[in-house]
Design a protein around this ligand. Structure first.
Ligand code: NDP
Length: 537
């Protein structure tokens, strides 16, 4: 189903636009989402194989993906891949690379356009799987699907730009050219929190650049990845280009990362796993012929800063949306609110009121704002942090949790010191740490005083402070007078500083360079050599 070169070229000429979100106020859209939820309900509990070299492989040893809203409901069973199967998957990817790297960029882009179209057709269905598998609200699920579509549309166009003639300085007597060639086999290791967007984004960037991959989805969201690889299969992507390997990262991760034929690792996830991958990948093994490239996007402890000039209602709205969207399980979540003394009490009061209005509950219903956290481990970790926070500061909203799913109330802990544990460590749940700053300078200092540097936002009407924040607020994605979440592909290239990762800027024009290597090709023309000697020769 790959598209013709002509249709790809003409589509690529239409400028990229973000996919609009579904308007669930429209009855027909509500109806369609409800029907998709029904359909998915009838497909729960099936067993799904690995896909290696285009072949489906069923293992006896499986694990269950469960619905965090209702833990006795199995979303699906997935194979626990063995280390031998890791080796087979890498081998299949290496074999496929030999032909895939020769497929013209237009054709590769065509596969992404075709996958994007099919995902758009299946939009409600795909949303429904996310609602069940990771507990996203309708709106959050749809934004995730929209972002997956955006990544494919954006990277397809980007690859065509990179495949075109690159601007070089011309000299007499030589023809010079710069081409971007693929790296080889990649390990793609996404997190569960954007199980559609980040998984599809890292996979599609890899393959459109001419690489082949082993995709190992997060163990709490294998179904979303399965639905995506089904789409790739249906559009006729050649076998072996994307190999689907489920299983626990701690059991098979090392074998995948250390494999001699793995040339790069595209990872998004926690700080500790990212650091481990970085270390393992850096160590050459006997017979290894390259430096393994790592693209690592990790955690955050993002802040929303409010000064005394800000629109305080807008600031409180922004704090609450940043802290509690998808239960605070976003790397960009504004898990710290840093408010200057002069307006601290006012803003805190508004935040408490708005937090108490959030609807926590059944995400299969359209008006629910928050659902469960992803699994029992997350529940335990987050509730432990709430206990720590209660000692470090004052619990002013939420704090409770209830079953049978993993539901935690949106929780606000105020009057914390900037170095309190819950103001420093990534909790990855619906817990907001509120910190009082003496003034703007102090607030900026506190905002920068963590080991992370992913997103940050500032609510202020003071233009001089905004200019200062542009220079001094040390984050990869800085926002003014808006929430810290909700980066859009192409609009807000996304990635962070410090322990937040390699600042790879997903959804930006630099991103595909990470999945390629540039080859400069020079041919002497007939006639006298007019070239000057340069350095580095
Ligand atoms: P984890 O680090 O726990 O897992 C991420 C992926 O790594 C999963 O596929 C996981 O597999 C795998 N993995 C786990 N252990 C290993 C290992 N030893 N070797 C190789 N792979 C391994 O993160 P989460 O899935 O819990 O995601 C949440 C984290 O992701 C948060 O820290 C969040 O901030 C960060 N994140 C960062 C983003 C960014 O752009 N900077 C965006 C989104 C999330 P398995 O599930 O089987 O353990």
């Amino acid at each position: 189903m790959a598209q013709t070169i002509e249709s790809v070229s003409s589509r690529a000429q239409t400028p990229f636009k973000n996919a609009p979100l579904i308007d669930f106020n429209k009855p027909e859209n509500r109806q369609a989402q409800m029907e998709a939820l029904e359909q998915v309900r009838s497909e729960l509990g099936q067993t799904h194989p690995l896909i290696i070299g285009g072949k489906k492989i069923t293992n006896q040893d499986t694990f269950a993906s469960i619905n965090p809203s209702q833990p006795d409901q199995v979303i699906g069973y997935f194979a626990r891949a063995t280390v031998e199967q890791v080796n087979e998957a890498v081998q299949a990817a290496a074999t496929a690379f030999e032909s895939w790297k020769r497929v013209p960029a237009e054709e590769r882009a065509g596969y992404l356009f075709a996958a994007s179209d099919l995902l758009q057709q299946r939009r409600f269905y795909y949303n429904a799987w996310m609602i069940y598998e990771v507990g996203k609200s309708w709106v959050e699920a749809d934004a995730d699907t929209a972002e997956a579509i955006d990544f494919m549309e954006f990277y397809a166009r980007e690859m065509l730009r990179l495949a075109g003639e690159q601007p070089l300085v011309r000299i007499e007597g030589e023809d010079n050219q710069l081409v971007y060639i693929p790296l080889g086999v990649g390990a793609v290791i996404p997190p569960w929190n954007f199980p559609g967007a980040i998984m599809a984004g890292m996979t599609s960037a890899s393959i459109v650049a001419g690489n082949t991959v082993v995709l190992k989805p997060a163990s709490t969201s294998p179904m979303i990845a399965w639905q995506f690889v089904r789409i790739l299969e249906e559009i006729g992507l050649p076998g072996g280009v994307v190999n689907f390997l489920t299983g626990s990262g701690s059991a098979i991760g090392d074998a995948l990362i250390e494999h001699l034929q793995v040339r790069f690792i595209a990872f998004t996830g926690s700080r500790d796993v990212g650091l481990r991958i970085n270390e393992l990948a850096a160590k050459p093994r006997e017979g290894q012929r390259w430096l393994k490239r790592t693209i690592l996007e990790m955690g955050g402890k993002d802040a929303v800063v409010v000064d005394e000039t800000a629109d305080l209602d807008a600031a409180a709205d922004g704090i609450v949306a940043s802290a509690f969207g998808f239960q605070g399980q976003k790397c960009s979540a504004g898990s710290r609110a840093i408010i200057v003394e002069q307006v601290y009490d006012q803003v805190l009061q508004k935040v408490i009121e708005k937090t108490k209005q959030l609807k926590l509950g059944d995400v299969t219903q359209p008006d629910t704002y928050m659902g469960p956290v992803v699994d029992e481990n997350a529940l335990k970790k987050i509730t432990d942090y709430i206990e720590i926070g209660k000692k470090e500061g004052d619990l002013v909203a939420g704090g409770g949790h209830h079953g049978p799913g993993y539901f935690i109330e949106p929780t606000v802990i105020a009057n914390l010191g900037p170095y309190a544990r819950i103001a420093q460590e990534e909790i990855f749940g619906p817990v907001l740490a509120v910190i009082k700053a003496k003034d703007f300078d102090d607030a900026l200092h506190i905002a920068n005083a963590t080991e992370y540097g992913l997103t940050g936002s500032l609510y202020s009407r003071d233009q001089q402070r905004i200019e200062r924040a542009k220079e001094e607020y040390f984050v990869g994605n800085l926002y003014f007078n808006r929430k810290s979440t909700g980066a859009l592909v192409g609009v807000h290239p996304f990635g962070g500083f410090n322990m937040s990762g390699t600042d790879s800027k997903a959804g930006g024009r630099d991103y595909l360079l990470l999945f390629t290597q540039a080859k400069a090709i020079s041919a002497k023309k007939q006639g006298p050599d007019t070239r000057r000697e340069g350095t580095g020769e």
